[in-house]
Design a protein around this ligand. Structure first.
Ligand SMILES: C[S@@+](CC[C@H](N)C(=O)[O-])C[C@H]1O[C@@H](n2cnc3c(N)ncnc32)[C@H](O)[C@@H]1O
Length: 212
């Protein structure tokens, strides 16, 4: 079964549009130099995020968790005219690398980097967010959702990565991160202001549409 799944995954990759030169180099740089390279969205999920962005055509994307800028660049592909991606991260070193790759793209003036703790930065940001991507420290997922939800207009979206946490959400005994993600999933499902779908893509993507 796993062999068929792997073959189908490869087939899906093969029949999905190319990511382009800079994203490919960024991915290869990450896999070659970073032990935590699994944090990067990767080819297929990156193409999914880029496609979501093209469908939503957001004016403002708020991304929580920049890492090397891979997903920020994917979201930039679908921005409405005059739109921007605001991306937040605490890590100075990865932020420098992210900036250097973004600088090489047509999106360099559309991506706004903020360095610091996202819990503190989000309340200081002005305006609304048409698309929020939660992809940072797991214990804060619910905090990020609660900080962002009132700033998302009706018809806007919140997407959260890793909500299946390598399947650990199914375990009876849950560590702190797993429990936080399970609580997040329960909180979203119970929120009457939204409609949601948990997509089992890669490590699980929670896609949430704000209704009112
Ligand atoms: C999974 S990675 C993001 C991957 C990126 N979105 C991508 O797909 O290319 C998570 C990032 O969240 C950052 N992070 C962790 N805690 C944070 C916090 N409290 N505030 C801001 N960023 C944080 C980490 O430094 C790390 O770079």
């Amino acid at each position: 079964m796993n062999e068929i799944k792997n073959e189908l995954t490869e087939y899906a990759d093969r029949f999905t549009s190319d990511e382009g030169q800079v994203l490919r180099e960024l991915r290869e740089h990450c896999y070659a130099h970073y032990e935590d390279s699994s944090m990067l969205a990767g080819f297929f999920q990156g193409r999914v995020l880029g496609m979501f962005s093209r469908m939503i055509k957001p004016k403002v994307v708020l991304e929580i968790g920049t890492y090397l800028g891979y997903s920020a660049l994917c979201f930039a592909e679908g921005l409405a005219g005059g739109g921007k991606v605001i991306t937040l991260d605490v890590n100075e070193e990865t932020n420098k690398v992210a900036r250097s790759f973004v600088e090489r793209t047509e999106y360099k003036d559309l991506i706004e980097f903020h360095l610091g703790n996202a819990v503190e930065i989000i309340p200081s940001l002005p305006g609304t967010f048409d698309l929020v991507y939660i992809d940072a420290d797991k214990p804060n997922y619910s905090n990020y959702y609660n900080l962002a939800i009132d700033r998302v207009p009706p018809g806007g979206f919140i997407i959260a990565d890793n909500v299946l946490w390598s399947g650990k959400v199914l375990h009876d005994e849950k560590d702190e991160d797993t429990q936080a993600l399970h609580d997040f999933n329960r909180m979203v499902l119970a929120d009457e202001r939204v409609s949601n779908v948990l997509l089992p893509i890669r490590d699980g993507l929670m896609v949430v549409c704000k209704l009112t």
